[in-house]
Design a protein around this ligand. Structure first.
Ligand SMILES: [Zn+2]
Length: 99
């Protein structure tokens, strides 16, 4: 399921049809090299380092997070981590480290 973010320009929406969110190709390149993104059967997938699994790179599985488009971990992991204060602080550190 892909929903376009109205705040994002359409300029990069030619990579592989509509997907969510829209990232600059150079950023996607970097994420692919880091092992965070991959293209499977024409669909972008994003790696969740917490559950070590690949999920469709859209807002159904990841919360939007700028400027990197999607949250560092998947929604399920995020919900788990949000239940514990110390864990959610660790997540913020992880995101800062990733950036
Ligand atoms: Zn996860």
């Amino acid at each position: 399921m892909c929903r376009n973010d109205p705040e994002v320009t359409e300029s990069v929406n030619t990579i592989n049809g509509p997907w969510c969110p829209l990232l600059p190709m150079e950023l996607i390149d970097r994420l692919i090299k880091k092992g965070r993104y991959r293209l499977v059967d024409g669909e972008w997938e994003k790696f969740c380092p917490r559950c070590s699994d690949w999920w469709p790179a859209d807002t159904e599985f990841f919360h939007p997070f700028k400027p990197y488009g999607l949250q560092y971990v998947c929604k399920a992991c995020e919900a788990e981590m949000a239940g514990r204060d110390s864990a959610s602080k660790a997540m913020v550190r992880m995101q800062q480290h990733a950036a």
